[in-house]
Design a protein. Structure first.
Length: 92
């Protein structure tokens, strides 16, 4: 069984966050009473946007073959094209 990469690791690989940013988010999320999700905390801190969360989740879930090897722009384009042909499911 392989382990999924953590969202912070993915965002560092995408060069959206630094390892220091990841630690700040982890520290902040532990101080919150509800133990908020990493992506939500990072977004609330202004470090990332919704598109970064979506791209990282797609990589984390291994949404399609080879996604883990793509750059952030490539992942975003792939998600946009999947949405354009109705493969991404309903929007919320």
């Amino acid at each position: 069984m392989t382990t999924r990469p953590r969202m912070g690791e993915i965002l560092v690989r995408f060069r959206i966050m630094t390892p220091g940013d990841v630690q700040r988010v982890l520290d902040a999320s532990q101080r919150r009473p509800s133990r908020a999700k990493f992506g939500q905390t990072a977004r609330d801190m202004g470090l990332i946007g919704e598109e970064h969360i979506l791209a990282a989740l797609a990589v984390q879930m291994d949404l399609f073959p080879g996604i883990g090897q793509l750059s952030l722009p490539q992942v975003l384009r792939a998600l946009e094209s999947a949405d354009a042909v109705g493969m991404a499911g309903p929007r919320r």
